[in-house]
Structures are given as C-alpha cells and as structure tokens.
Design a protein. Sequence first.
Length: 241
Amino acid sequence: MPRQQVLILAMTYMRSGICTAGFTNESAATTHLRWVRPVKEYGNLLLGDMTDAAGRVARCSDVMELELKKPRPEPPHTEDVITDLIYHRPRLLRRLEGEHRARFLATHLDRAPAEVIVQQTRSLCLVRPHDLWARFSCDPLSGKYEARLGFRLSQVEHKLASSPRGIPVTDIQWRALGRTWLGASNHELSLDNAQLRERLHATDIYLALGLSRGYQDEYWLLVVGVHAVPDYAVQIDYNNP
C-alpha cells in the first residue's frame, strides 16, 4: 500500500501508549470513507510515532500522510493497518477547518453504528448524538483523573453509554479540556446537554466511537474522538493526559 492521506479523527491516551484512527480517501459503503487504525508490526503505538519531523504531535482534524503497509485485521478491530512510522515519518499536509470541517462531519455519519456498538463486527464509527452529557473528576487523594460522556443515538441504544455515568473518553484533547475546566480547586464537574453546548459554544457535537482491545473477555465501547462545531482549542500536556 502506498503513502496515503489520513484524516485523523481519534488521538487517544491508553495506559500502554496511544491509539489513533481516521479516514482515508477511499470510498466505503457504510462509513462513506474507509477507516484505518495505524498499528506497528511489534509493540504499542507511542506518542513519538505520531510526531512529525518538526516535533508536532498529530491532532484530530489533521490530514496526515502515512505509509500504510498492509491490513492486519483482528476482529472486531478490522480497521488495523500496519504502518511504517520509523522510516516514513507522519507528515502534516493540511487541517480540516471551519465550514469545510462542519460539512464533512455532517455528511460522513456512519450508516450502521449498531455494527460497532451492538454487533461488534467492526470497531470504529462516527455518530451525532441527539442528547449528550459530560462528567470530569479527579480524586484529590490518588490523583486519578476520569473523563466520561453519556449520550443517546436515534439509531441504536447502548446501556452504559445512555447511563448517567456514561462511558470513558480517551480523546487526549478532550481530556485536556476537562482538566482545564476542573481547574486546581474543583474535583468534579457534571454538565448536561445544554450546559455542555453552552461551554463549548457548539452548534453540533459529533463523536468517534471505538472498541477497546479485549479486556475481561469483552470489548468496551469508548469515545475516542469528540468533534465540536465550531472546533475548540486547548493546551495539551502530553505528560499528564
């Protein structure tokens, strides 16, 4: 597979490193464009793997040039592609911004999110919830930080996602935003749909959803990308995601 353009829709923090995923410019029936999740031949993806020659870490809405070598589907993670990130460093081509970004998100919603959320025959989708709520917390004793989102979709329901607690968010940028909103004195912050949109000044909020690697014989649903329209900016401390 030659070098390809990949629109980054997920840059996430995992305990063992990071995970990233996005769209190529190849057509796909259910998802409009083909999802890929770059992985290495051996070992976990690390922050440096998604850092370009100028020292810039890839972010959501970046269009990156990546050397995608060969698919390595491991169901339900059918989107995995072995990627050369050593001899062919990621290269930033441009960013998807403004009205172009808003139109793109609105027209590339997954046609069958139940395949990810319920059936788990694949592991990535882009959705637009009709209801959304957020929770951020930081334990004052242990320092453990959590970012969670709850949501409802018109097409399909997920029991944990639609619960008051919601599901974990691994999106690095969203987690950084939560830390900023919490500040130094607040240990917990909960926002309903209206409050969340007001804080973000958002007319629309889209979510990239993904399935975790196997844990306790299950694949857990995660929010791997939060895409507000208009976009939000936040300073990211990569040493404290």
